[in-house]
Design a protein around this ligand. Structure first.
Ligand code: MRU
Length: 364
């Protein structure tokens, strides 16, 4: 199983949990719906259970969804090869079904395409049966390990942009629960904290699913990092009071021109940051960049059930039958972004040309 070991140069950023693991031919996921109250793991043996776990947010966060989908592809191969006849058509159907589980995070499609390409390559090399499954496990593990390394690199590049005594605000959850490693935005915050550069850390609660309150606060507390929660509505006041130097967020999909789809509320933080001259950093691996999508206007935005807003757990918080508009993500235009940090480099003041110049030099 890949570990979250982030020890280098004397800094230890180990996590005491693994949100995703491949063990005994099963996909093991920490059930994020139950946090922070309960640390409980689900063992998945089928691709349809994997698709359901992604749709129901047992596992969430763009890179974590991608890694889980890669292991889900292995589960499909195990099942389909056992069934024998027409297994390739069955595998293709499973991959199409898995890709439907959440529409915005491009890492899902990226991972599935990589696993489908691996299967084609392996067949061309004459691999079959258990050798093919082993090749698929190795590919999924290597995607998992690459994400751990990318997290580490982004943490270093992002932390280097932050001056001593800074205040930071993050949104949603972008740490070890949302990735294979120490995280994207939260990885930068953890690195900057370890380097002694942060005086104030704030996390917004992230209505309606409360990724900030339930998950980011849980991760920060586990890492013994002092931080405070705010409601989203407090962010402009916090910036006006001079408490924030950087807003640091992750991404679910970045268009070719640098527009960023991320958790609903990210755009509001970006508008406030722009108004208050606070810098805005987006941290995401190359697997989150969708070069085929020209701008944020073309990114599909997932709509989720009204009940996520009108109810909290088993309690109604709005009158019976009242409707809600519940997009899971919004798009922040590149013009509001100071820097996009990837493992291949930092794109300052992103636009289509700078994105290409900085990132397309590296292998995609
Ligand atoms: O709906 P979620 O919880 O999957 O949304 C997650 C986010 O928006 C994260 O900010 C994004 O995936 C980046 S995670 C490293």
């Amino acid at each position: 199983m890949a570990s979250n070991n982030g020890n280098k140069g004397g800094l230890t950023l180990d996590d005491a949990f693994s949100a995703i693991a491949w063990r005994d031919d099963k996909l093991v996921l920490l059930d994020q719906r139950l946090l922070p109250g309960r640390e409980s793991y689900l063992e998945l043996t089928t691709v349809s259970d994997t698709a359901r776990a992604i749709a129901d947010m047992v596992v969430r966060g763009a890179p974590a969804i991608g890694i889980s989908a890669a292991y889900g592809a292995v589960l499909s191969l195990q099942q389909r090869l056992q069934a024998g006849k027409d297994w390739q058509q069955g595998f293709a159907r499973d991959m199409a079904m898995l890709e439907q589980s959440r529409p915005t995070a491009i890492n899902l499609r990226w991972a599935i395409q990589r696993m489908m390409a691996l299967v084609q390559r392996s067949l061309a090399q004459g691999l079959n049966g258990s050798a093919l499954v082993q090749a698929a496990v190795a590919e999924a593990r290597s995607m998992h390990e690459d994400d751990i390394a990318a997290n580490r690199k982004m943490a270093e590049l992002g932390a280097a942009l932050i001056d001593p005594c800074s205040g930071v605000l993050t949104h949603c959850n972008t740490g070890g629960l949302a990735t294979g490693g120490i995280g994207t935005a939260l990885g930068v915050i953890r690195m900057a904290h370890a380097l002694g550069r942060l005086s104030r850390i704030f996390a917004s609660e992230t209505r309606p699913w409360l990724q900030g309150a339930r998950l980011t606060a849980w991760e920060l507390q586990k890492a013994h990092i002092d931080a405070q929660l705010i409601v989203e509505g407090a962010s402009a006041a916090l910036m006006r009071d001079g408490a924030i130097d950087w807003v640091i967020v992750g991404a679910d999909r970045i268009a070719a021109n640098g527009d960023v789809a991320n958790k609903i509320g990210t755009y509001a933080h970006a508008v406030s940051a722009h108004h208050h001259k606070v810098r805005f950093m987006v941290v995401a691996p190359l697997s989150t960049i969708d070069w085929k999508t020209a701008s944020g206007a073309d990114i599909p935005i997932e709509q989720r059930a009204s009940s996520e807003i009108t109810r909290y757990q088993d309690k109604a918080v709005a009158p019976q039958g009242f409707r809600a508009w519940n997009p899971a993500f919004d798009v922040t235009p590149a013009a509001l972004i100071s820097a996009i940090v990837t493992e291949a480099g930092v794109v300052k003041h992103p636009d289509a040309k700078r994105m290409r110049d900085v990132l397309q030099k590296s292998p995609q």
